[in-house]
Write a protein that binds this ligand. Structure first.
Ligand code: G1P
Length: 293
């Protein structure tokens, strides 16, 4: 079985759900507490032992490249001021992974963004992580995915059950149980209406994919929203090869919408050593007061 050494992170989207915040800055750079969201993903990949990261970017995404580059001036300044901890933190960001970039020239959808990785990946299985999904878990979510791939082979899609009134926001999985938390996928539907959803098990931004996905992506016609959907290519893949769905352990945040973003901010702040105590007190106090508009 081939080892997973590469992960693709699509970050080319325009971030229209988060305007005006994303008008001039990539949504992947919006911070949750003190880290840009994309850094959470790269830390998760590194913790899962995956160090080659391909970020699919587009115009106006330079801040991502700058963030993972060395920052010589800043490092010198921190050195002069003897801020050793901060210096170490800043340097660690650029040493975290080998990061590569490819530009998606047109916003034709997630499937098309993944297709841009074809030459970089070649014929190997690889991982995909989506920037709107961050997961707080004991075992890094991507590690759980890779363990599942190493047990069952094929491709693996990470998901969890969501409330039925939210199924139309996600790719939805139909499948047959092969273990407590693993299904063999029989069908996938991108953002179905509640009445048409075959289950409430949603795709939540983590995949381990066989290289066989690329020829299918090349043939995939625009689907939901007029975009080339990864879900549609995976539905086809599941008819030809084994595709599994792993119900991963961990707290998932959908930071692509306002409420999910706020939930992540509050919960990560409550886990942050520096601010958690004071923040907890603040939350308790503020809930007792009436906030005026
Ligand atoms: C994408 C996928 C969808 C998945 C979701 C969350 O949708 O197309 O299948 O459920 O991410 O991981 P998006 O939220 O980018 O519209």
């Amino acid at each position: 079985m081939k080892k997973i050494t590469k992960v693709v992170i699509p970050a080319a989207g325009l971030g229209t759900r988060f305007l005006p915040a994303t008008k001039a800055q990539p949504k992947e750079m919006l911070p949750v507490v003190d880290k840009p969201t994309i850094q959470y993903l790269i830390e998760e990949a590194a913790a899962a032992g995956v160090h080659d990261v391909l970020i699919i970017t587009s115009r106006n995404k330079r801040a991502i490249e700058d963030h993972f580059d060395r920052s010589v001036e800043l490092e010198l300044l921190l050195q002069e001021k003897h801020k050793d901890d901060t210096l170490e933190q800043v340097r660690a960001i650029s040493d975290m992974a080998n990061i590569f970039y490819i530009r998606q020239k047109q916003a034709l959808g997630l499937g098309h963004a993944i297709l841009c990785a074809k030459e970089f990946i070649g014929d190997e299985p690889f991982a995909v992580m989506l920037g709107d999904d961050i997961v707080h878990s004991q075992t890094p979510c991507l590690k759980q995915m890779i363990d599942c791939y190493e047990t069952y082979g094929g491709s693996v899609i990470g998901g969890q059950s969501v409330p039925w009134d939210e199924v139309s926001r996600y790719g939805i999985i139909a499948g047959q149980d092969v273990a407590d938390n693993v299904k063999r996928v029989t069908r996938l539907v991108e953002k179905p209406a509640r009445e048409e959803a075959p289950s409430n098990l949603a795709v939540l931004g983590r995949y381990v994919l066989d290289g066989g996905i690329f020829p299918l992506l090349e043939q995939t016609k625009p689907g939901k929203g007029g975009e080339i959907q990864l879900t549609d290519a995976l539905d086809e893949l599941a008819r030809r090869q084994s595709v599994y769905a792993l119900n991963f352990e961990g707290r998932h945040y959908d930071i692509g919408n306002k409420l999910g973003f706020l939930q992540a901010t509050v919960e990560y702040a409550l886990r942050d050593e520096q601010v958690s105590q004071a923040f907890r007190r603040y939350l308790t106090d503020i809930l007792e007061q009436e906030i005026k508009k």
